[in-house]
Design a protein around this ligand. Structure first.
Ligand SMILES: Cc1cc2nc3c(=O)[nH]c(=O)nc-3n(C[C@H](O)[C@H](O)[C@H](O)COP(=O)(O)OP(=O)(O)OC[C@H]3O[C@@H](n4cnc5c(N)ncnc54)[C@H](O)[C@@H]3O)c2cc1C
Length: 465
């Protein structure tokens, strides 16, 4: 990656250290981070360069994946990021001095095929391989083992029917909503739907069966002890970044692509767009000339919603480490609770779909209040005193996410390939929603960025010939 002329360089760690005083600096300026080993001094904040060869929109896993893949290309590259941090939907915070909390992605899903596992190794991030809590680690009497076994049996049968229905749908070219393969009258249907709200961020009636079938789950799920968001931040540390730089228009009508941002305008030869689908669908980021096929594809892949809450737990030893708590509630509007993740003194709650949206809409603290009520109903009223809200996510209300992860609406499984297709050899598209088999995940997003960077290099090689 070449230095962009006129840009001052900061390492990401240095930016984090200096966040307090940087916060006071005029928002009309931009902060930049670049290669480690460069002088760490902060001289000043600089304005945007007038041109770069490759502009990458968004510094989430996809944008960072693209930037890292262009690292030794000799091209001038700049990642334009609307927030004041990298990671996007990957964000680790210390909810308390002794409690690490991933507000977004937390699990290295399909870990045996997950490119972040190798990255974690290279960056000395400890990978935790303990079994996830959602199947084998039930705690308490709220969901007795016999009931749980019956539920898991029904869930597995549902997935088997879904696989068969997807085969049929491939054959006859007719996609269906995943809800159509629920067994009529099965008492577990509402809870199977609840699982969909966790996995897809949405109820089964809005999920394409072909899309659901395309997801590649190897059932190996690991974690990063210091946080997935922290891993992403370390991975992104060498990238050239412009923070607080919201892109509003990509004008590809002229010879070079003109990019309007909240920090001014620049031009680029190639642009990689990685923003979440809802921002394209709602035209928060516009294209000129308009790209109706991209808009349609993004609208077919809306973000579902998943939210998390972190509660401090007094008297933690009374509960098992890494346990799972949920009730046989026979309803879809329910949380699922991870007891003492990494042995920490806390409970992490997880909500999805319409219920998560309702709770977000109810305002700050609603997720925590609902969690405490539900946990008290399972474990007893002592827990009202033992639990203290620390932090909760609000991804639907986050202007630069507008949700959690994409699923294809019924009839729209093909939109992922449509969204990923480059335009005129100059505009390239990445982000979790463009991943064919690992959509909705962080590693799927990262790999898609690498794929888009490869397309840029190919397009440039063609011009050189
Ligand atoms: C609660 C929750 C739990 C999750 N759990 C997991 C999990 O366990 N495992 C897993 O693999 N995945 C999980 N995910 C999904 C995973 O976090 C995402 O799929 C992945 O991080 C998306 O990366 P991305 O680069 O495609 O998009 P993003 O991370 O959204 O990055 C896009 C970037 O673009 C920026 N941006 C937006 N608009 C503009 C603009 N106009 N101009 C400039 N910049 C802009 C955003 O600020 C953002 O930084 C979870 C997500 C959530 C919310």
């Amino acid at each position: 990656m070449a230095f962009v002329p006129g840009i001052h360089i900061l390492t990401y760690e240095r930016i984090l250290q200096t966040k307090t005083w940087m916060a006071g600096i005029s928002s009309a300026k931009t902060r930049f981070a670049l290669l480690p080993g460069h002088n760490d001094e902060i001289d000043d904040v600089m304005s945007l360069p007038s041109e770069v060869e490759v502009a990458i929109i968004g510094a989430g896993a996809a944008g960072l994946g693209a930037a890292r893949a262009l690292e030794n290309s000799g091209l001038s590259v700049l990642v334009l990021e609307a927030r004041d941090r990298v990671g996007g939907r990957g964000h680790t915070i210390m909810a308390a001095p002794d409690i690490t909390f991933d507000l977004g992605c937390g699990w290295l899903h399909s870990a045996d095929k997950n490119s972040f596992v190798e990255i974690a190794k290279q960056l000395n991030f400890e990978v935790n391989k303990a079994l996830p809590p959602w199947r084998e680690r039930a705690f308490g009497n709220a969901f007795p083992q016999g009931e749980r076994d019956d539920f898991i049996h029904s869930l597995d049968e549902f997935y088997d029917r879904a696989e068969k229905a997807a085969e049929e749908a491939h054959k006859n070219g007719c996609d269906l909503a995943a809800s159509t393969v629920l067994e009529p009258g099965n008492r577990w249907n509402p809870m199977i739907d609840a699982i969909s709200t966790y996995v897809n961020g949405a109820e089964l009636d809005t999920v394409s069966i072909l899309d659901m079938d395309a997801y590649e789950d190897t059932n190996i799920n690991w974690r990063v002890r210091r946080g997935y968001g922290a891993l992403m931040a370390a991975y992104g540390a060498p990238c050239p970044l412009a923070f607080n730089c919201e892109v509003t228009l990509i004008d590809h009508s002229g010879k070079r692509v003109r990019i309007e941002t909240s920090q001014g305008t620049l031009t680029a030869n190639k642009v990689i767009v990685t923003v979440p689908t809802d921002l394209i669908a709602d035209e928060a980021l516009r294209f000129h000339p308009a790209l109706p096929t991209k808009l349609d594809a993004a609208r077919g892949l809306p973000l579902g919603l998943a939210d998390k809450v972190m509660l401090r737990l007094d008297d933690p030893e009374a509960l098992p480490k890494e346990g799972n708590l949920r009730g046989a509630t026979m309803r879809t509007a329910m949380g699922t609770y991870h007891l003492r993740p990494f042995g920490q003194p806390c409970i992490e709650g997880f909500f999805g779909g319409r219920f998560a949206r309702e709770l977000e809409d109810a305002g700050d603290g609603a997720l925590a209040a609902a969690s405490i009520d539900e946990i008290v109903s399972f474990l007893g009223s002592d827990y009202r005193r033992k639990l203290k809200p620390l932090s909760e996510s609000r991804w639907a209300h986050d202007p630069f996410a507008r949700g959690s992860y994409s699923r294809a609406l019924p009839g729209h499984a093909g939109d992922r390939a449509e969204l990923a297709t480059p335009v005129d050899g100059r505009l390239f598209f990445a982000g979790e929603a463009t991943s064919p088999n690992f959509f909705s995940t962080a590693h799927g997003a990262r790999d898609s960025g690498e794929r888009a960077a490869g397309e840029v290099l190919k397009a440039l090689a063609r011009i050189d010939r």
